[in-house]
Design a protein around this ligand. Structure first.
Ligand SMILES: [Zn+2]
Length: 302
């Protein structure tokens, strides 16, 4: 404490004020702290989040082309671990993998498995933007948005399953949920978040980035860039992560509530990694359900 007071020099009034603020922050931390971000109502346990995520990730690995390039994987894991080791990320078993798909997308499954498309890596302008997407995904996991949304949408069916002892008693949780018509795969309803979930993921993502030393404003800038470039359709990322509105302003306001810190402007190895990524043969971007319009990202010259 005295380290901070020394910074104020000899000004008694300021010192007294500062002590008062410090004291009150010890007594009422919630008043001075930013909004408390906690997981919402949920019928699943944290362990069930992890179990569901494991099963869904195994399915993703079967259905999507996972990148095996060690250089690319190490790079993404390094950024991911730096973020996931922050206290706000909770103690979920996070993992980070890359999908060879040129659409601009990323998603995280309940309990920790996160996937980034090669198209998103190519679209990032600096490492902080890539870290921003990962921090945002980590925030969805930590706030348990996936199972929270499924709980709310199936408030009657799930308790019935739990009561009947079906759920979680051996076998695949995913199969049991599928029988109820609850999909939890990468493109399922569970992974399309509400605007309020998006706002909270932005705020917690901001805190995670800041703790890890990345400038959180890059997360908001990247999302806004995607929005501006996307036209009416927009990149896939925005269809499952709708803009809660005023992203940059909200992130700026959140930064004001955090301890001041110097963020590095280091772009890391992104350019080198992007060059490796651009050499990967990727699955063409998905077409619209009508089956005709290719994604904008497909026009990227490689
Ligand atoms: Zn999101």
């Amino acid at each position: 404490m005295h380290v901070h007071l020394a910074w104020l020099g000899g000004c008694h009034l300021q010192r007294r004020l500062f002590s008062l603020i410090l004291l009150s922050s010890l007594v009422w931390p919630a008043l001075l702290d930013a909004r408390d971000l906690k997981p919402g109502w949920n019928l699943f346990s944290k362990e069930q989040d992890v179990q569901l995520g494991k099963e869904a990730a195994a399915q993703v690995r079967q259905q999507m082309p996972i990148v095996k390039d060690a250089g690319i994987n190490d790079y993404i894991r390094k950024i991911g671990r730096r973020l996931a080791s922050q206290p706000q990320a909770g103690d979920f078993p996070y993992s980070f993998e890359v999908v060879a798909d040129e659409s601009i997308n990323a998603f995280a499954l309940p309990g920790g498995p996160a996937f980034v498309h090669t198209g998103l890596i190519l679209a990032a302008e600096n490492e902080a933007q890539l870290a921003g997407v990962l921090a945002h995904e980590i925030a969805h996991v930590a706030l348990r948005h996936g199972t929270n949304q499924v709980s709310k949408a199936n408030a009657v069916q799930i308790p019935a399953m739990i009561l009947s002892g079906v759920l979680g008693r051996g076998g695949s949780m995913m199969d049991q949920l599928t029988q109820l018509g609850i999909g939890i795969g990468a493109n399922s309803v569970m992974m399309k978040f509400s605007r309020s979930a998006e706002r909270d993921a932005d705020l917690l993502g901001t805190r995670i980035m800041s703790s890890a030393g990345y400038n959180p404003i890059e997360m908001a800038r990247f999302f806004e860039k995607l929005e501006a470039e996307g036209g009416s359709r927009g990149p896939e990322f925005l269809s499952s992560h709708p803009n809660p509105g005023n992203r940059v302003k909200a992130v700026q306001a959140e930064i004001q509530t955090l301890p001041r810190r110097q963020y590095t402007t280091d772009t890391g190895d992104l350019a080198r990694i992007q060059s490796s990524v651009s050499k990967i043969r990727v699955k063409p971007a998905r077409t619209t359900p009508a089956g005709s319009t290719p994604s904008r990202s497909r026009q990227r010259s490689r």
